[in-house]
Design a protein around this ligand. Structure first.
Ligand code: HEM
Ligand code: HEM
Length: 180
């Protein structure tokens, strides 16, 4: 009897935590874009400014991340409109806070990225995003802010990945929710 109750309450907890197919697909798309932009963006700083790979990354990444903006906006909209859960355990509240922090940091990184461009960005040889700001001081400050926000985002994503691994090691894996 107790077993039936505990397994049915575990099943309903799983249902309450389930993610829709679009949220799952958008999660993995944004994970790939963000991990690439973070590792390659910080990584190429170690190379000479004229190194061909650094120049390629600095030209490719703004295009990739600008194309990612509508997908991120869709993902944010789906997350915000998801049923708000009133009764959260402290650990779930912490996870929710980190997820919201990630959304805020990604929004900041995307906004500062677009504003700090020192030249127009052509996407897939089709659309051109114009340079929006021309003051050198403002561009420098935006670059600094972009850098700080990228570091904050990297810290939050590290926390996020550590939590996923910790749950898995403790035998309470949450990975299944983001796979099916
Ligand atoms: C997913 C969002 C993004 C991530 C994770 C990201 C990450 C990074 C990282 C780690 C750096 C290196 C740190 C630094 O140089 O201070 C960087 C630099 C840069 N990012 Fe982003 N970025 C994103 C979005 C954008 C967008 C949307 C644009 C513009 C359309 C952009 C334009 C740039 C530029 C111009 C640089 C400086 C490259 C240089 O030093 O010449 N970023 N980004
Ligand atoms: C390979 C790396 C990653 C793995 C294995 C992973 C795994 C997961 C898992 C299992 C969940 C569900 C957690 C739960 O419901 O308790 C989740 C949710 C989430 N992840 Fe990741 N993640 C990864 C990378 C990232 C990255 C790079 C970001 C940055 C954008 C991110 C942002 C989020 C957010 C915001 C959620 C909350 C659910 C949502 O609103 O979509 N994840 N992740």
């Amino acid at each position: 009897m107790t077993d039936i109750h505990s397994s049915s309450s575990a099943a309903s907890a799983d249902e309450a935590n389930a993610y829709s197919k679009p949220r799952i697909v958008l999660h993995w798309l944004s994970a790939a874009v963000i991990l690439w932009a973070t590792f390659s963006g910080f990584g190429v700083v170690l190379l000479d400014p004229n190194h061909p790979f650094r120049q390629w990354v600095e030209s490719f990444n703004p295009q990739l991340t600008s194309l990612f903006i509508p997908f991120f906006a869709w993902r944010l909209w789906l997350a915000l409109r998801a049923e708000p859960r009133t009764s959260r355990k402290p650990q779930e509240r912490l996870a929710h806070t980190v997820h919201m922090g990630i959304y805020a940091a990604v929004s900041g990184v995307l906004i500062t990225g677009v504003l700090m461009m020192t030249h127009p960005v052509t996407l897939l040889a089709l659309i051109t995003l114009p340079q929006l700001i021309h003051s050198n001081i403002a561009l420098l400050q935006l670059h600094e802010l972009h850098h700080v926000l990228c570091a904050i985002l990297a810290g939050l994503v590290t926390l996020h990945l550590a939590a996923v691994v910790l749950h898995h090691v403790r035998g309470k894996s949450v990975l299944g929710r983001m796979i099916k």
